[in-house]
Design a protein around this ligand. Structure first.
Ligand SMILES: [Zn+2]
Length: 244
């Protein structure tokens, strides 16, 4: 079983407050999923909602899951107090529920940064699962099982070679050597699904060359990779609801 998850945020992880990649890539991604009969989970950053409502409606109407990716993507969620975290997540859940008309039950923290309050806050707010870690033994923010207290189901992102987060960009560089999990959880962003040419055309002037160069080391078309991986993709919500 596979679940494709899309981290849906302002360009380049909020480094630029524009939504060019969302405008360019939402429809191609939805077409990819539709072709494969796939359902995906979109972790949507609350601060993008006001600008991208028509796209969110499109995503929800196509039967994909909308989940929360916090509100302000640039904040260090690992450094927030319990109250600050609660405010951010309440705000995110509120705008997403208003925009889609659906209950929001899943969460992924921005930049995979959890702290000792994350799970408690999610439980208090009625979330049913958290996908804020990566299934790796590497130290640092990706490490699985940190700040986990068993309060709600955890669905970590899978890894390639047991080390690298299973993002489509990494899959294009390193191949599909994903741990033989029962449940493969893969992630991508609209901005890293653009072609190399589109990426250069859209961001050459704003993104430091070193960052751009790193992103452009990938090979081939991310959309082709997405299409290939989409075949048996189901939403995270459907897997959690089945196991309750
Ligand atoms: Zn993100």
């Amino acid at each position: 079983m596979t679940s494709l998850t899309v981290d849906y945020e302002f360009d380049w992880g909020g480094r630029i407050k524009s939504w060019r990649a969302i405008e360019k890539m939402t429809i191609p991604l939805l077409e990819c999923f539709e072709k494969a009969g796939a359902k995906a989970t979109f972790f949507v950053s609350g601060e993008t909602v006001e600008s991208t409502k028509p796209f969110l409606k499109m995503i929800a109407n196509a039967g994909h899951e909308i989940a929360s990716h916090g509100f302000n993507h640039n904040l260090r969620y690992d450094l927030l107090t319990k109250e600050e975290l609660l405010n951010e997540i309440v705000r995110s859940k509120g705008v997403l529920e208003e925009a889609t008309g659906n209950e929001i039950i899943g969460f992924r923290t921005p930049q995979f940064r959890k702290n000792q309050w994350t799970e408690e806050v999610l439980t208090e707010l009625g979330f049913l699962y958290d996908s804020s870690s990566v299934n790796t033994s590497l130290a640092g923010r990706y490490k699985e099982r940190q700040y986990e207290y068993g309060l709600l189901p955890q669905i970590p992102v899978s890894t390639i070679y047991g080390r690298f987060p299973a993002g489509t960009k990494w899959i294009n560089i390193l191949g599909k050597k994903i741990d033989p999990h029962e449940h493969k959880v893969i992630y991508l962003h609209p901005f890293d699904s653009m072609s190399i040419k589109e990426t250069l055309n859209s961001y050459r002037k704003e993104i430091p060359l070193s960052v751009l160069a790193f992103y452009l080391t990938r090979f081939g078309s991310i959309l082709k990779t997405v299409e290939h991986l989409s075949k048996d993709s189901v939403t995270l919500a459907s897997t959690v609801r089945k196991s309750i």
